[in-house]
Design a protein around this ligand. Structure first.
Ligand SMILES: NC(=O)c1ccc[n+]([C@@H]2O[C@H](COP(=O)([O-])OP(=O)(O)OC[C@H]3O[C@@H](n4cnc5c(N)ncnc54)[C@H](O)[C@@H]3O)[C@@H](O)[C@H]2O)c1
Length: 345
């Protein structure tokens, strides 16, 4: 797997990451700042899910420019794109929490659909004016989710040919944005690639997603809520492995294609929560069994049963695979939250 970023992005490359104040975008920007000398621009509306506290400590922070813009605003988006003048774009800005989309879908439509449409509109104006050399090198990676494919029963996996069947306001808004990306490639010839990944985990994830929620509940000795019977299955992808996949796809992916990124980490929720309890009890030398805090709560409306990704295309094409096993990544993640408990505040 070729992860060398310096032969893709030079000192003069202007990289735009949207949603770079979020969990995955932040991880991507840290990699770009560490491993390239490029200028990295970050368009983010700075929502409840944003955090840039890591930036103050970063030795290359002068290569990072934050532009606070909500992509739902076309005028501001156009102005930002004109100012940034990007060569390469990673589009991650989105409302990302399924439960919030069920309680308030409106923001998801604005951010994920209108926001992606506005970004495409602004980028098309920019791309059409580029010199032939820059136009040739320009690329937009749109980061999407496996949830656009719906829900699996006990067997089978999603792959690049799976038909779309989104079921929540979140997944349907992401599916819409995927279709816009594909249409802009097909109609206008814009160099766009779509990636569909499974559930990410790792340090810096906002504590509303399952893994940080469980850790925070245990640390506070509070009940750990688990939806339904806890048997819903997710394919857990370590965030650094996701970034590695984005790098190899940015380098070798074919414009107009989509790529599925899974973690080879399929597990049901109850097993995952028990694993976290075991790791934390061991790390904290606890004599109590934290799994006794587990409490089953009413299921999420329309809860998808199982997601599982067949990542064989990117494994075959780019030799991508997760660098460590799931248990090691989970231990690293739990330890990070243990050592950064202020994060929950
Ligand atoms: N976290 C996962 O498990 C996962 C899985 C599959 C796909 N994805 C996708 O990856 C991307 C990043 O996910 P994440 O977990 O880092 O999300 P996140 O919620 O942690 O961060 C998203 C960031 O986008 C910003 N944002 C949202 N709407 C915006 C708008 N209209 N204008 C400007 N900025 C806006 C937010 O302020 C936030 O900083 C999303 O597109 C998401 O759909 C995430």
């Amino acid at each position: 797997m070729d992860l060398n970023l310096k032969n893709l992005f030079t000192k003069n490359t202007r990289i735009l990451v949207t949603g770079g104040a979020g969990f995955i975008g932040g991880c991507l920007i840290r990699r770009l700042l560490c491993e390239t000398d490029s200028k990295v621009f970050n368009i983010d509306k700075l929502s409840y899910a944003s955090n840039l506290s890591w930036l103050n400590l970063h030795k290359n922070k002068s290569n990072h420019t934050l532009i606070k813009v909500d992509l739902k605003d076309l005028k501001n988006t156009k102005e930002a794109i004109e100012k940034i003048n990007p060569d390469f774009v990673f589009h991650l800005a989105a409302e990302s929490h399924v439960d919030r989309s069920i309680n308030g879908p409106h923001t998801f439509i604005e951010s994920n659909i209108i926001g992606s449409f506005n970004l495409l509109t602004a980028l098309r104006i920019h791309w059409e004016k580029l010199t032939p050399i820059r136009k040739e090198r320009f690329r937009l990676l749109h980061i999407s989710t496996d949830e656009v494919f719906g829900s699996l029963s006990d067997n089978g996996h999603f792959n690049e040919n799976t038909k779309y069947d989104p079921r929540s306001p979140y997944s349907s808004s992401k599916a819409s944005s995927d279709h816009l990306m594909k249409a802009w490639h097909h109609t206008y010839g814009m160099p766009i690639i779509v990636t569909n990944c499974s559930n990410n985990f790792g340090p810096w994830q906002y504590p509303e997603k399952l893994i940080p929620v469980v850790i925070s509940k245990i640390l506070q000795n509070k009940k750990i809520p688990i939806y339904g019977n806890g048997l819903n299955v997710r394919d857990w992808l370590y965030v650094e492995d996701h970034i590695n996949a984005l790098i190899v796809i940015a380098k070798g992916g074919i414009n107009g294609s989509s790529y599925c990124i899974g973690g080879y980490g399929e597990m049901n929720n109850i097993k995952l929560v028990n694993e976290i309890c075991k790791i934390l009890d061991k790390q904290m030398n606890q004599t109590i069994d934290s799994s006794e805090l587990i409490e089953f709560v009413d299921d999420r409306k329309g809860h998808d049963k199982r997601y599982s990704i067949d990542s064989s295309l990117i494994t075959k094409e780019f030799k991508w695979k997760p660098q460590n096993n799931f248990k090691t990544n989970l231990e690293t993640t739990v330890n990070w939250y243990l050592n950064n408990q202020h994060w929950f505040n």
